[in-house]
Ligand binder design. Structure first.
Ligand SMILES: Cc1ncc(C[n+]2csc(CCOP(=O)(O)OP(=O)(O)O)c2C)c(N)n1
Length: 360
């Protein structure tokens, strides 16, 4: 018989809004290389994000979901995972993808509607593609985690989902299974306060999202998702637990979506400028930058160099993306199935014939 689990929901934060330690820091704060690599990833993510929005605005990219406000939690996830773990993303996980080795060009290809941007064959080939249907990825995550458990592997799955996604049956059924089968999976519910125009207050009657873990028999932790140290510590613990056969965890990362839902949205229609201003005061990237400054690890010169370096990387990726030869129209069915169903085969042939004939 497995031991009864400890049911608790706690909430962690180490830095105040200005990056000053509240009361001690976890040991990982002493790992300067890790903290600096984290900050660099956050800046690169933010630079990429601004460029992707600009590309969409000028007709060079499809609808794009801004990651502004998710840089800290995404970076914490990417750093805590090891290569052999499996990442099961949703559509706002650019900061994680950077650390899983997905190229900036590939990310642009994906949002430009090219499926070649969807695979990460060279670095983490078992990571799943981005899930746009809300919370469906949670079911895939428990499937992958079940396989790991059956094979007795010391690996873990990380599955991201939004606060809105946690209202769906897919999420609730998945955490239930993860608890019942003791699966090696870490669910990260990124609570950015909005599901398009639905505020967190209308999303659920539960006081926290982390407490949904209790119904599934999992530990639930709410962390300040803008606090790099709190987020990283929670991820490190949950992943070690999962890989060590001790079961699943639900982490609620509390943050704020600083941009529009996607480039097809206008958030000024449903939230106030004051709310947004207050959220910017809690920005986790600036908070970590302040902490680095206060500890003599960072200065204005280094910041300038990092900004320039990040811009160069993004510009280079944009050039490569724009120079990529588009795929033929048949590609729209080529990525759907391992073996194309009969009904689609005829359609594919018609598309191919039309394309060969040069018709538009
Ligand atoms: C199954 C399904 N229903 C509806 C949608 C439309 N939709 C796209 S994003 C979204 C809100 C999701 O909010 P949340 O889970 O909080 O994630 P966030 O976008 O805020 O990161 C909805 C309803 C969808 N993509 N899939």
């Amino acid at each position: 018989m497995r031991q009864r689990q400890e049911f608790h929901v706690d909430s962690t934060r180490y830095l105040d809004d200005h990056g000053k330690p509240l009361d001690g820091l976890p040991a990982l704060a002493g790992d300067t290389d890790r903290v600096l690599a984290a900050y660099r990833n956050m800046v690169l993510t933010r630079t990429f994000d601004a460029k992707a929005i600009a590309l969409q605005r000028t007709g060079k990219c499809g609808t794009y979901p801004s990651v502004l406000g998710h840089e800290v939690i995404g970076t914490a996830i990417g750093q805590s995972m090891v290569k052999t773990d499996v990442f099961v993303p949703y559509y706002r996980d650019q900061a994680v993808h950077m650390l899983r080795g997905v190229g900036l060009r590939e990310m642009l290809l994906y949002w430009g509607g090219d499926e070649r941007g969807s695979a990460n064959w060279e670095n983490c080939p078992e990571d799943l593609p981005i899930a746009v249907p809300i919370a469906t990825q949670c079911c895939h995550a428990v499937g992958v985690a079940s396989a790991m458990r059956i094979r007795g592997e010391e690996r873990a799955v990380v599955c991201c989902v939004g606060d809105g996604g946690t209202s769906k049956g897919d999420f609730l059924e998945s955490i239930n299974l993860a608890g019942a089968w003791h699966l090696p999976v870490v669910f990260v519910a990124i609570n950015n306060q909005w599901a398009i125009s639905t505020p967190r207050s209308l999303q659920t009657g539960a006081e926290t999202i982390a407490q949904k873990a209790i119904s599934a028999g999992l530990p639930g932790h709410a962390v300040d998702g803008n606090d790099y140290f709190a987020a990283s510590e929670a991820l490190d613990i949950a992943l070690e637990r999962a890989r060590g056969g001790k079961g699943a965890t639900l982490i609620e990362a509390v943050t704020y979506r600083l941009g529009d839902h996607t480039t097809a949205d206008d958030a000024t229609r449903y939230r106030t400028a004051e709310d947004l201003k207050r959220a910017w005061e809690k920005d986790g990237v600036k908070r970590l930058q302040n902490w680095l400054h206060d500890n003599g690890i960072w200065d204005a010169e280094k910041e300038k160099a990092l900004q320039a370096e990040s811009k160069d990387k993004v510009e280079k990726a944009v050039e490569e993306y724009l120079a990529t030869e588009p795929q033929p129209p048949t590609a729209m069915v080529d990525y759907l199935f391992e073996t194309l169903p009969v009904a689609l085969q005829a359609q594919r042939e018609r598309i191919a014939a039309k394309y060969r004939g040069g018709e538009s």
